[in-house]
Every structure is written in structure tokens, then in C-alpha cells.
Ligand binder design. Sequence first.
Ligand code: NDP
Ligand code: HSE
Length: 440
Amino acid sequence: MKPIQVGLLGIGTVGSGTFKVLQRNQEEIKRRAGRGIEITMVADLDVARAKAEVGEGVQVVNDARAVIANPAIDIVIELIGGYGIARELVLEAIAAGKHVVTANKALLAVHGTEIFAAAHAKGVMVAFEAAVAGGIPIIKALREGLTANSIQWIAGIINGTTNFILSEMRDKGLDFATVLKEAQRLGYAEADPTFDIEGVDAAHKVTLMSAIAFGIPVQFDKAHVEGITKLAAQDIKYAEQLGYRIKLLGVTKRKAQGIELRVHPSLVPSKRLLANVEGAMNAVVVNGDAVGTTLYYGKGAGSEPTASAVIADLVDVTRLHTADAAHRVPHLAFHPDSMSDLQILPMSEVVTSYYLRLRVADEAGVLAQVTGLLANAGISIDAVLQREADEVGGEGSTQTDLIILTHDTREGTLNDALAQLQALPTVLAPIVRIRKEELS
Ligand code: NDP
Ligand code: HSE
């Protein structure tokens, strides 16, 4: 059978990896897909670089629309990134009857509803394994492997750049800016690295996983997003002393009243596997009612690891493109007419435990005042650590750090208690609050 013809839009970090791996493993991939898969046309703004990348025999253009307009192209791979031109090109490719493979989580988290509806109406596939956790086949696992389960929760380290930054800062004592530059050099970071460090990229990914896990529409605008830029070195240190590591987690949970959808730094017990995921590695823990807890670990970014997921999608599309559209796996695992109307819960309704750090006056009665106020609010304390004043503020210091770990608390209740604590004259600086996930 004639090879399936693929057009590639954007041959940067992931595009070049995709081209290389597809060439290198073409024989094995053909035996799996049942026919050859060939990238025959590439569009990139830098035509000379693209030509150098693909060599003779592949048509290179600078106009992505020329690829979409080519009737010989069956599948379009979008590896440009962003919500702008990428959205237009994906919708145009769908309208032209092409299947689409993309690694673009930003695009799908924000415009997924529109894109999946257009693809469904046209009877084409939009495959996006590479959009979440790079080379880890987590979309496949959630959409197919765990299909028997009522998924209860997902928690993941799903941004390689921030995990790399946190690991290098902790292990090597390097500063934030130096490690971020290195992540950019290694091709992990987004074109706009604020997406990584402010938690936006992780929120795009957890939004997609949440939609697939719970059969709800993609709702990035309802996700709670916090990054790592406000994390202080002393909190990383205190967390370690208490037996925890701080990781940027994407969390989504099924609750009776709705769905939690959030990204923020979290304390994770050091003994958990997730706490020991280092560097640019990603890991996702999924809990299903039948299977229990499962863990998926691997490279979440980089040229060839991400290419691995892009090509897995190419193989899936090649195998299925002649099948009746009704027999294909739905884009978000659930049939579009069977989606749930479970709401995303506001953060005030989220229930989790907390790490609190209070800079307080080192005076008699302060600890009792703070714990008494928490007790009155119905917040139960799990552990308290009080540092020597000299250690915190230098010799003769009259201030100290009080670190409190709470048991599970509704965030709205904690916010009210924190406002009262902050107003105490003995609390001398803004209180630090970091959420804690026991993952048990
Ligand atoms: P790059 O910036 O390395 O590559 C994007 C490529 O697209 C560049 O070569 C760029 O050309 C080209 N391009 C930009 N605009 C156009 C256009 N209008 N027409 C044709 N080509 C264009 O990005 P990545 O490869 O890192 O990322 C691609 C996608 O994959 C993104 O959505 C990203 O979020 C996602 N992703 C990336 C991962 C990674 O590890 N890098 C991992 C998982 C997902 P030029 O450079 O000349 O502007
Ligand atoms: N910037 C992303 C990361 C790339 O650091 O994880 C992979 O999606």
C-alpha cells in the first residue's frame, strides 16, 4: 500500500525530532502501522534551516497553508505552538478534511472545545499524545487503558522546565535564572518561558487530563494557576526538615460537588515516588476506583521524547483513518453527547492540607495565640516546627519562624483564618501558605 502522506508545520525542536525518529525507525513503524508513513512536505518560516534538516526529496515551503492545500497530504502535524496562527491552521486543516496531530497543549486547553467539535463534524481525528507529559503515553492510558475506571484523582509533575529548576536549585544550589537559561538551551522551555515558571503550561496539561478523566469540556479558564516564582529557598529547606519536597503539581480530583482543577507548588512526602522525580522528568499518578493508584514516568520534554508521542499518534491515525468515525476513540474519551456537566470547583471549596510559615515575634504566648486561633477556626494541626530565633534572624534576633502543617481543611476556611492571623501584631511578615498533597 502507498505510504500515508504527512505534512509537517514547524520544524523546530519537536518537528526535527519527529522527522529524525520517523526516518530512523521507518521500517519498524511501517510494520506496526501496516503501511509506510512519510513526511513529504514541510512548512517553516526558516526554509533554509528546514531544508538542511530534511535534505533532498521533501518539499519545503514557508507557507503552511500550501501544505494544507495539497490534496496528497492525509495528515497535518502542527508543531508551531501558541494559540494564534496554530489555531487558524488546525481549523483550516480540519476543514480541508485532514487528520491533525499536534503537541500544542496551549491551543487545545484554550480552544479544544471548538477544535474537537470541528473535527467531530468533519469526521477527522485530532491526536495530541505529545501535548501532555511529552513522551509518556498518558493520554493513551487515560483514554483507553483506564477506561473501565471511575477516575478519582490525578496528580502530576507535568512541566519539565520547573521540575528541572527546582531540582537543580536544591541539589546544586544554582540560582533560578541560571537554571532557566539551561532549560531553554536544552529545548525544554516554551517559546515564552513564563508559561513554564508561572504554571500556565502545567495548567494547560492538567486541564486536558481532567477533561479526559472526568468527561467534562476543556476549561482552562477555570483552572487555578500558581507557578514557582514566589517560592523561597527557606521553605524548600523547612519542607525537607519536615520530610517533604516541594514540587509543582497539576492536580485534578473528583469530589461530590464538582471537580478540583489546580496547579501550584505542593509539599509531597519525600517517601513518595513523585517526590523523587528529578530534573526534566515528568510523572503522573492516576487513581481509579478499580485499578487503584498507577504511576506513569518518563521524559516530559525534549526533541526525541516528544517525537515519540507525535509518531505514536501518526501510527494511530494511520491505522484508523479508514475506520468509520463512530468506531474511533472519542477525542476526550467520552462520546461528545455524553459529556458530564460537573462544575469546576472554586478554590475556596478545595479541601487539602497546608504548610504555613509565620514570621512571628519570639515572645511568650505567641504559639498559643496562633494555634488557638486555628483551633477556633476548626483547623486541625498535624505538626509544628519552631526555629531558634538566632538561626532565623541572626544572633540576638527577636523574631522567629513558626512552621505549621495542617490536616485537611477547606481552603475558604483557611483563608479566613489566615486573614485573622495576619492581623495579629505578633505576626511580622506576610504568611507563606503552600498546599500539601499526601497522595495516599
Ligand atoms: P520550536 O519553537 O522549537 O519550533 C517551532 C517551529 O515552528 C520553528 O521552527 C518556527 O520557525 C516554526 N514556525 C513558527 N511560525 C510558523 C509558521 N507560521 N509557519 C511555519 N512554521 C512556523 O517549538 P517546539 O518544537 O519546542 O514546540 C512545538 C510545539 O510542541 C509547541 O506547541 C510546544 O508547546 C509543544 N511541545 C514542545 C515540547 C518540547 O520539549 N519542546 C514538548 C511537548 C510539547 P522559526 O524558528 O523560524 O520561527
Ligand atoms: N515546556 C514544557 C516543559 C515542554 O517544560 O515541560 C513540554 O511540554
